[in-house]
Each structure stands twice: as C-alpha cells, then as structure tokens.
Write a protein that binds this ligand. Sequence first.
Ligand SMILES: [Zn+2]
Length: 93
Amino acid sequence: MAARQRYRFRAPSTGREVIIEAQPGHTYRDRETGETLEPVGKLVPLAPSASDLPWAVENLRHCPHCGQMAQKDLNDCPTCGRRLDPIGVVVGG
Ligand SMILES: [Zn+2]
C-alpha cells in the first residue's frame, strides 16, 4: 500500500506551481509546456493522515483533552484519539 504524499512542483519557465501526489522515481512534466517539473517541497501533512489540511497554524487547534495540535477538520484527536468538539458552532446567544 503506497501512502499518498503530495509534493509541490514548479515549472522552471513559467514558475507555475502544481501539487502532485508524486511517487518516487517518476518524472513529472508540465501539461502546457512539457518541461520537466522541479520538485520544490513536500507538503504536510505527511501521509498517512486522515486530514487533508496542512499543518499551518490557521488550520490547527489544540485538543482539549491532551493539549496536542490537531487539524481543524478532524473529528478525533490524532494524538489521543478522543473526540474533538465541533468548531464554528456558536453556543447560546
Ligand atoms: Zn488529544
């Protein structure tokens, strides 16, 4: 089972960046120019993860149970496995 890992690639002539679920040993080409894309970096989260959100501060919150960081779109804490409270819900009012 190959784990999904997304990489950021850049076309040298245009500077256009694309995100590709790349596999080791493959060469990827720009669809428009046909040139070989240069790998720029690896995207987080590292596979495997239940979340597609990157580990950027704006996408993270602290688990109320263990205090570790968890992505906002996760229902369960990846560290302690306990249920996370729903976000964006205004209580009362
Ligand atoms: Zn937790």
